[in-house]
Design a protein around this ligand. Structure first.
Ligand SMILES: Cc1ncc(COP(=O)(O)O)c(C=O)c1O
Length: 381
């Protein structure tokens, strides 16, 4: 496959079995002691998933997961949360509904490329909206009644967020223009600044909304994960219909596992995870600072970080690193409307053992130093 046609997942797949794979943003750090205890209890969890009703198992999973992330007002008790195998499945269901409404979607730029890809595959027309425009509630003039705005918050790969004032402004702008607000909060667990109660705010504002929530980025559980679609009352019926076209139900066993992981997260697991990510981010930042490269998005708390290498583009840097056995992700596809902007960055996944991140940081430092040296030599010439 020619490089230019690759999506991010194809790049990630090339690295999936490499010893130093920091390409995909899935959690791949070792299990904590209490997560290992959950694995040890799998036979019991399986048994419980078999004997209890699906309704009960699913309700408890929703209640535990949403509360763990500060989302007490999530509408699971009102039947407005749908569970699927993964957030991409949730995304596809949402994309179908947006296509059926004939909505044009103002989509955050940059963001993970399977969001624009799934929307386009369903025939949805997209308009890029920058993170700063979304924060100030400035929506493109071309969007109007029945259209939608889609925001990834925190964003992948920048870590950009909306605080409560930003979200209120955006929700009010959507309500006043009779537009739908769609959010993907897959990385919420990494950033306490977006664990205020979104649903309380959105319901109080009265806008139509749909939120894709995700357990998949948080725990190193070999893709045992769930995606959720939470929505305002107005969207309950069309989303339930589209969801039922795809699946009967996600696995109740995975729901039991997610429940236990969410309980463990509240009992210290999230703190431990955020400390690991902060430590790993500091390791990469320090190595880049050694060669005079500044972190381009210093406020990010998500489990990936962008590295900008002056004078070299992402494909060259990622190829040099791959020759050294380090697999990072080049970033052009995140910039789904203006790929060239992404040429200046590679993305490093941080949900890994710190010893692996130390090795990545050493190689990155050398490749950056070489690049800077080459650039300076070119300037002198
Ligand atoms: C913001 C965001 N949403 C959704 C997904 C899709 O997740 P999954 O592959 O678990 O369905 C990703 C994948 O990285 C993502 O970054």
């Amino acid at each position: 496959v020619a490089d230019v046609t690759c999506n991010l997942t194809e790049y990630e797949l090339r690295a999936v079995d490499a010893p130093l794979n920091v390409a995909d943003g899935h959690a791949r750090q070792p299990l904590t002691a209490s997560q290992q205890e959950i694995v040890d209890r799998f036979p019991d969890l399986f048994e419980e998933a078999t004997t209890r009703s699906l309704e009960e198992v699913e309700y408890i999973a929703h209640d535990t997961f949403f509360r763990a992330l500060g989302q007490r007002s999530a509408p699971y008790a009102r039947g407005q949360v749908l569970t699927s195998y993964a957030s991409s499945v949730s995304m596809d269901v949402v994309a179908r509904c947006l296509a059926e409404r004939g909505a044009v979607v103002g989509l955050i730029h940059p963001t993970f490329d399977n969001i624009p890809d799934l929307l386009r595959a369903r025939g949805v027309q997209l308009v890029p909206v920058s993170e700063s425009a979304l924060r100030s509630g400035e929506l493109p003039g071309s969007l109007g009644i029945g259209d939608a705005v889609f925001v990834t918050v925190p964003n992948n790969p920048t870590g950009g967020i909306l605080d409560a004032d930003d979200l209120r402004r955006l929700a009010e702008a959507c309500r006043s223009r009779q537009m739908l607000l769609a959010l993907d909060t897959s990385f919420r667990g990494f950033d306490c600044r977006v664990q205020y109660d979104f649903y309380e705010l959105l319901d109080a504002c009265g806008c139509d909304y749909v939120v894709i929530e995700d357990t998949g980025k948080l725990w190193p559980f070999l893709e045992l994960k769930l995606g959720f679609i939470a929505c305002s009352d107005s969207l309950k019926r069309p989303l339930a219909k589209a969801h039922s076209d795809v699946l009967l139900s996600a696995s109740p066993f995975v729901m039991r596992v997610v429940t236990e992981l969410a309980r463990d997260a509240v009992a210290g697991g999230f703190d431990e995870m955020r400390q690991l990510i902060a430590r790993n981010r500091a390791i990469i930042d320090a190595s880049m600072a050694d060669v005079g490269c500044r972190q381009p998005f210093p406020d990010s708390r998500v489990s990936v970080t962008l590295v900008g290498v002056p004078g070299r583009n992402a494909s060259v840097v990622s190829a040099s690193l791959a020759e050294r056995g380090v697999h990072v992700l080049r970033c052009e596809p995140f910039f789904w409307d203006q790929r060239r902007i992404g040429e200046q960055y590679v993305r490093v996944a941080l949900a890994r053992e710190s010893s692996a991140i130390e090795q990545v940081a050493d190689e990155l430092r050398e490749v950056c130093a070489e690049s800077l040296h080459l650039r300076d030599a070119e300037v002198v010439r």
